[in-house]
Design a protein around this ligand. Sequence first.
Ligand code: SF4
Ligand code: SF4
Length: 538
Amino acid sequence: MNQDQAKANLLDLDEAPVGDVLTPTRRPSGFYGGLYLPTDKHELAGQPLETAPPPPHVVLPLTQHAGLPAIPCVKPGQRVLRGQQIAVADGFISANIHATTSGTVIAIDEQPVPHPSGLSAPCITIEADGKDEWCELHPVVGDYHTEDPVRVRQRVREAGIVGLGGAVFPTSTKLTARADINVHTLILNGAECDPQISCDEALMRRYATDIIAGARIVLHILQVNRCIIGIEEDKPESEAALRLAVEEFDDDRFEVVRVPAIYPEGSERQLIQALSGREVPSRGLPLDIGFVCLNVATAAAINTAVTTGRPLTERIVSVCGDAIARPANIIARLGTPVSSLVELCGGYTSDVDRLVVGGAMMGFAVGDDNIPVVKACNSILAMTADQGRSSKDIRPCIRCGECARVCPSRLLPQQLYWHAGSHDLEKLERYNIFDCIECGCCDYVCPSNIRLAQHFRFAKAEIAVQDADRERAALARQRYEDRNRRLADAAQDRAARIAAKKRKAAAAADIHKRRKVITDVMTRVRQKEARRDRTETQ
Ligand code: SF4
Ligand code: SF4
């Protein structure tokens, strides 16, 4: 189905009664661009989930989410319990961080973290005491339906839950109502489309009930009566598990919908378009068109936080790639060294070439495995020299237009590439670089092997730095103008005060002068009278 057909089938979700319109036959499917990618991940997703043993120490970066870093609320030397808050969210777009084992805080300092920059960042390191003792937990007791939705959302915020699909946007922020927007549909994202990652598929197969229970909590928070679960057609086991869970809850607000397995369907913009035919506006959010989209793992984490009181202390990580001896999906606590997960999977084969955090398409290469598992870490991919495109030569762009044909955001990657190369940040913005979801489809098809998405990632960072500089300069200018205004006001006040003083002095002098005239006149009158008196007496 092309875009025009998709638009022609646009559904009016605001008006539609629940359970009526959301049938696959009436639903437009597909979005512009994208790729069918070969995958063998489903076999891995079917294997048993393993749990990583507690490591001797955990390293918890203060930035594991979109927004401002959390602020530490513990000190080195302090004993902490698992689940205890160790860093507090700094503002609306930020998230709390909790201890993922009991032990002693041994450092708050810069440590290597999983980040494309390869730079270190502030982290809290906890030496485990081996007891793995939980702090006191406060679940929502009884039926959460009777709880105020705002209080339930507060529990999600307290638990430090962020989008576990990789975007790591603070979830409570997504669930916060806006007076100007009517949220009509919750979308659960089960379309894990990267050809290597299978952590969500493994979760859906085994913990479908937790996912649906979490989504029911979200429906209560949002006060919404419709949830569409988007799942790719090549995950029949996950689909069956989710359908069974929905049946168990006997909740007709839910609908499980199969979508074509086209990469990057797991991106929320594309999934919303595939499910509803609606496009999230450029530089906008799903919320702008009435949707809230959550990853299935986020929904399961919400269920855990609300029903058990446990904050986010662990996640499922896919440890995979041809250079891993025994690939597996592992439940790992946050802060666990990546090296210990690789060890659990039998280590590397001898020909490891590249280590990538995230999937083959959207992940980023890291220098070594001396980094911790963080909330965003859905996959550790160890690639051989034959896997991926690292050994290919990069050649000049031949303007073939292949990249534009596959771009799901309908951008012109080759134009963006030129402007990124010449650091023309203004043109990059004009060509909507911020609509680039860094999916890597353009890289994949480029016959010149140009790392387009990487260029766009750096260009976006450059624009962000430029915007921050502009903001700083505007603030400085504002401060300078305010200072000048204050100085001018002060000078005006001083001049006014001096003038008033002068006027007062002049008035006083005038009074003095008049008094003197009167006194002189009176003196002369008295002298005259005295002379007259003397004359009359003689
Ligand atoms: S696919 Fe590569 S070579 Fe072709 S136009 Fe795009 S950037 Fe240029
Ligand atoms: S990486 Fe960006 S420009 Fe390239 S295909 Fe994806 S969205 Fe389009």
